[in-house]
Design a protein around this ligand. Structure first.
Ligand code: ATP
Ligand code: MG
Length: 569
């Protein structure tokens, strides 16, 4: 391929809207261009890499017995009503009507579609288990699309769905996909961590996420370096830490705390540690407009996912209560506490139940209560409603937990019969009974993975693509393509590489050599052959993009080096 015939759209400057490396480099290298927020066009170089990532995923899915299909992004409301998600999914679901007023959405995920497909195609046990997948465009109206391909409103996902006749069968299908994901992310050269995950809006009984490790990741991973426990922060558990469990209970005392509302203000004014002041956060459940008060120790935060799971509602159905809402439970903002609240549900983090003589709001402006104790002074539903943080106690081995950041590139779920039951996706078992199929679902963010690869593979000069996903394996840069000897040798190397099935660009552009080098470093082509002064002797310079090392060598040797690397793929 001649560079003069390509669409090379590199940018010198960092575009304003980009802050993370992968976003900046995808734009600067001319791989993608923004259409509107969270929606991108893929230019030729970007598409080549994207296709290679897709093909690696495809190969591994096929090896695992997956059957590829392609379904539509357009999904009818009726199917989403059958599963109960039309109401539950919330504002991320992009809904629209056709000219006949029939309602649709653009699929953010495809459980309903695949369940419908399978119930119409498969009745007999003989055809199960089956794993069907696709690599297809998804739509989610993200509240804040950002970081380029990392969080788009339109993105490409590989989604697979398994259908089994039993839970043991599901366990096996899940295990195969777990291993397949390891194979895929290993082949993509990602450094990743597998973590226990919450099942979220998709639902089901068990789930793991695959997190590419990166400081810019939006997911917090809690892990134990002793026993290898690892979980997404939303899902993470910890053993409760004790502060003063053995103290004897004192009498409750009302104290004046004028304008002291925050944990810091109250703890410094009353001279007690923040972990002995208890936060009472009031939420509103939008499903029935009821209020719920969640108590966690002052040094911890509420894990809203655990609250949502306890209430069995969707994420968007929980909001913070307003000033007026709080008045309805005979309390006042800034001074809420669990004692003598008017009929309201109270969720109590277990650490609070193990605390003695703590401070809470008195439900009266400018007052708090001291020496409050769980059970003696109030009761509620006890559970883990705190967010697990660094140095909390590992629930498995008791050692301190650590925290790191990751990019969620994939997630797998055991769905069970969550979709097959309401949607009647059934089979006839040997005993003659009709039973719901047992499902799993498995997603990989293909475009997000492309960003994650860049986050883990770049330097100050640009992207450093691993060879198997680079847009081209190699590039030949003649210092001056008008020079007869340089042109002749460049063409010859080009032709030899092509016949050895190496993907190669010949940079025949008339630009200065320095400019061309910069372009290819930015784009991240793994191997560069520079044809210069010594062309007539057949000597070239070989440059490795990762190490930036340059070595002079006979052109044959440079070709051999590249051909061997490509053969190893
Ligand atoms: P997140 O928590 O990051 O919003 P999710 O858990 O909602 O993601 P899933 O429903 O598990 O996402 O979708 C499967 C995969 O699709 C994710 O693991 C992720 O890699 C990718 N993905 C999800 N949302 C986006 C998005 N807005 N842009 C790009 N990729 C996405
Ligand atoms: Mg997920």
């Amino acid at each position: 391929m001649k560079a003069s015939r390509m669409l090379i759209s590199t940018l010198k400057e960092t575009p304003n809207e980009a802050v993370i490396s992968s976003h900046i480099l995808l734009l600067r290298a001319g791989m993608i261009r923004k259409l509107v927020a969270g929606v991108y066009n893929y230019l030729p170089l970007g598409l080549r890499t994207l296709t290679k990532i897709e093909n690696i995923i495809r190969e591994e899915m096929d090896k695992a017995g997956g059957l590829e299909i392609l379904s539509s992004a357009m999904q009818p409301k009726e199917l989403w009503e059958e599963s109960g998600r039309w109401q539950k999914y919330g504002p991320e679901l992009m809904r629209f009507k056709d000219r006949h007023d029939r309602e649709f959405c653009l699929g953010p995920t495809h459980e309903e579609i695949f369940t419908d497909l399978v119930r119409n195609q498969i009745r007999s046990k003989k055809n199960l288990p089956i794993n069907i997948y696709q690599i297809q465009t998804k739509y989610r109206d993200e509240f804040r699309p950002r970081f380029g391909l990392m969080r788009g409103r339109e993105f490409i996902m590989k989604d697979a769905y398994s259908f089994d006749t039993s839970y043991e069968g599901l366990d096996e299908s899940y295990k195969i996909m777990h291993q397949t994901y390891c194979n895929i992310f290993d082949r993509l050269n990602l450094k990743y961590q597998i973590v226990l995950a919450d099942t979220g809006a998709i639902g089901g009984s068990g789930s793991h996420q695959f997190m590419a490790l990166s400081d810019i990741g939006e997911s917090d991973i809690i892990y134990c370096s002793t026993c290898k426990y690892a979980a997404d922060q939303e899902k993470a558990e910890s053993n409760p830490s004790l502060v003063n469990y053995n103290d004897s209970m004192l009498d409750v005392e009302e104290v004046e705390t004028i304008n002291k509302k925050t944990i810091e203000e109250v703890s410094s004014y009353l001279e007690v540690e923040s972990n002995r002041v208890v936060k009472s956060i009031v939420y509103k459940n939008l499903v029935d407009d009821s209020l719920v008060v969640v108590l966690v120790r002052g040094d911890k935060d509420v894990n809203e996912i655990k609250v949502i799971n306890e209430l069995n509602i969707a994420e968007h159905e929980l909001v913070l209560a307003s000033y007026d809402d709080i008045l309805t439970i005979n309390s006042v903002e800034g001074f809420v506490g669990p004692v003598n609240l008017k009929d309201v549900r109270i969720l109590v983090d277990e650490e609070v139940t193990l605390l003695r003589n703590f401070v809470v709001g008195a439900n009266k402006k400018n007052y708090h209560l001291k020496n409050v104790n769980y059970k003696r002074d109030f009761e509620g539903t006890v559970g883990q409603f705190r967010k697990t943080i660094e140095n909390d106690i590992c629930p498995i081995c008791g050692q301190p937990l650590s925290l790191e950041r990751g990019i969620e590139v994939g997630q797998i779920f055991k769905l069970g019969t969550k979709y097959s039951e309401p949607m009647n996706c059934t089979f006839q078992d040997d005993d003659g009974k009709v039973k719901p199929m047992v499902m799993g679902c498995y997603g990989i963010g293909v475009t997000r993975t492309m960003s994650a690869i860049i986050e883990q593979n770049h330097d100050d000069f640009g992207i450093i693509w691993p060879l198997n996903v680079a847009p081209y394996h190699s590039v030949i840069v003649p210092i001056n393509y008008q020079d007869e000897a340089m042109k002749e040798l460049s063409d010859k190397i080009h032709d030899e590489l092509v016949s050895a099935k190496v993907e190669v660009v010949l940079d025949d552009r008339s630009a200065k050599a320095g400019f061309k080098f910069k372009d290819w470093e930015l784009i991240g082509i793994p191997y560069q052959i520079v044809v210069g002064k010594r062309a007539s002797e057949g000597i070239v310079e070989f440059k490795d993009r990762r190490t930036l090392e340059k070595t002079e060598m006979p052109y044959k040797e440079a070709i051999e080096l590249i051909v061997n690397k490509v053969r190893e793929l």
